[in-house]
Design a protein around this ligand. Structure first.
Ligand code: ZN
Length: 249
């Protein structure tokens, strides 16, 4: 690190758990963020500010006036721009020293598998079950840690699936594909503005912990937030031995 980097990251370096060594790990890391909306915005802002050396962010949607109430990586002058490209510009303004790759489309199939295989941590900030399950399958296949989060109305949740570990549950263990209602999309539901900030910031914290290897990841635990009472609950998650995605066949 040069003198400017030592200053830019000094409040991380002062933390004994991170220090110069941890900060260098972040600078050498590659994070994949799926979605540049309500959750993806704070996730990307914090990972960029914190000096994650390479961030790939994917989103096929354009910035719409209804997004600006909570999707803080985008500005009024970004209306109509692709969200991944808009976020890339915002991240470059915060930290021009890192590399940000914008993928201005919904990623799936081979491209998704390739992106997952190239990353050190995957952060799911998407708004639909099909993508969540596709990201989970790719993370199981390539044994990558996945930080999962969701926020709707006043309710939020997050957890970590560390698919490098054989005992880790996966997203499909938590929510099998047959059990969901595809109809409930954020696109048409109310969302309390700072809820996505709270959950997204917590996802960023888990991603930084995984990349530096500090603390205890939120593994095997689903953290639930009721934003109206500001009460957090935690429930235990176990790997489903019969899971169609991660179970032993
Ligand atoms: Zn599973």
């Amino acid at each position: 690190m040069d003198d400017n980097q030592l200053l830019r990251y000094s409040r991380h370096i002062l933390l004994p758990q991170i220090g110069v060594e941890g900060q260098e790990k972040l600078l050498a890391s590659h994070a994949l963020i799926i979605g540049a909306g309500g959750l993806g915005s704070p996730i990307a802002l914090y990972l960029a500010a914190a000096g994650v050396g390479h961030i790939t962010i994917c989103d096929g949607d354009s910035v719409d006036l209804t997004n600006l109430q909570r999707q803080i990586a985008h500005f009024t002058h970004s209306l109509g721009s692709n969200k991944a490209l808009s976020a890339q510009r915002t991240l470059a303004a915060i930290n021009p020293e890192i590399r940000v790759t914008a993928i201005p489309q919904r990623v799936e199939g081979e491209e998704l598998a390739h992106l997952v295989s190239q990353s050190d941590v995957v952060v799911d900030a998407c708004d639909n079950f099909a993508t969540r399950h596709a990201v989970n399958r790719a993370c199981v296949k390539h044994k990558k840690p996945l930080v999962s989060g969701a926020a709707i109305r006043f309710d939020g949740q997050l957890t970590v699936f560390d698919l490098r570990r054989p005992d880790s549950p996966c997203y499909h263990c938590l929510l099998p594909e047959s059990a969901q209602e595809e109809g409930e999309r954020c696109a048409v539901m109310g969302v309390f503005a700072p809820l996505v900030g709270i959950i997204g910031a917590a996802q960023a914290a888990e991603a930084l912990k995984l990349l530096t290897g500090i603390g205890q990841p939120l593994l095997g635990r689903l953290q639930l937030l009721d934003g109206l009472s500001m009460e957090w609950r935690q429930i235990r998650l176990k790997k489903d031995a019969a899971c169609a995605v991660c179970g032993s066949v």
